[in-house]
Design a protein around this ligand. Structure first.
Ligand code: SF4
Ligand code: FES
Length: 257
């Protein structure tokens, strides 16, 4: 184990939604290169509390790349410099001694800052509420082969289900679009047999809700590059296709009622 020394942190401090906010500088004299980025912030916070100062507020929960809460911009990159990695899985060995590290919250109109590095990602919840569910009575666990699902289809659905709802795709997008997130949530369900009953109603409702809160996708592809779960931009193509079909099919079913 070796140590990284003499690190300067420039951290965004904002006491609440109405505060203008500003960068403040802190130094970390020495830290193990095996420490995670969040452990480094823990160390800083312990020191701030000992000095009678206010700790830096940041979201975190699982600390193993599952919950998606540890969202922050590190040197202008969502989740930092390591591709396919959430902030909690980033280690200090990715940084050099003497480095200056700039840490900011997500910058997106749909994600207002609550405090310091913590933002409100409730618009993601509104998208899920609009259609991120199935109404099939699933009962107990069925036999493994009761509903045959081709392996490539199951794999594609599972890849989309890997989305942890972190919001990096929105923060990285110059338009603040949420198409990768919404596409992942739609693809996860729309690809599987259990998701067919609401397929087109789901697509229309979730995309319309997304459009209400977020900007429009113009195919920059920054979302795919920033995603810690490496969700493919292909899910956006599936979403767009199902949304268009939904516009026709949903109207057709309405006309029968
Ligand atoms: S698609 Fe990727 S970047 Fe966007 S919310 Fe899901 S995991 Fe995060
Ligand atoms: S703390 Fe859960 S994904 Fe980072």
């Amino acid at each position: 184990m070796s140590h990284i020394t003499n690190i300067t942190l420039k951290i965004w401090r904002q006491s609440g939604p109405d505060d203008d906010g500003r960068f403040e500088s802190y130094t970390i004299d020495e830290i193990s290169d095996e420490a995670s980025f969040l452990e480094m912030l823990d160390l800083l916070n312990e020191r701030l509390i000992e000095e009678g100062k206010e700790a830096v507020t940041f979201d975190h929960d699982c600390r193993e790349g599952i919950c998606g809460t540890c969202s922050m911009m590190i040197d202008g990159q969502a989740h930092g410099p390591q591709r396919g990695t959430a902030t909690c899985q980033l280690h200090m060995r990715k940084f050099e001694s003497g480095a200056e590290i700039v840490i900011e919250p997500w910058r997106a109109a749909a994600f207002p800052i609550i405090k310091d590095l913590m933002v409100d990602r409730a618009p993601f919840d509104r998208i899920i509420e609009a259609g991120g569910f199935i109404t099939a009575a699933t009962g107990g666990a069925p036999d493994a082969n009761l509903i045959p699902v081709p392996k490539p289809v199951a794999d594609a659905s599972m890849d989309a289900a890997a989305c942890i709802g972190c919001g990096a795709c929105v923060a990285a997008c110059p338009n603040g679009a949420a198409n990768l997130f919404t596409g992942a949530k739609i693809a996860h369900l729309n690809l599987l047999p259990q998701g067919q009953a609401e397929r087109f109603r789901r697509s229309e409702a979730m995309v319309d809700t997304m459009d209400h809160y977020f900007g429009s996708c113009t195919n920059h592809g920054e979302c795919e590059a920033a995603c810690p779960k490496e969700i493919s931009i292909d899910v956006i193509a599936l979403m767009n296709s199902d949304y268009l079909k939904g516009k026709f099919k949903n109207r057709k079913s309405l006309s029968r009622t």
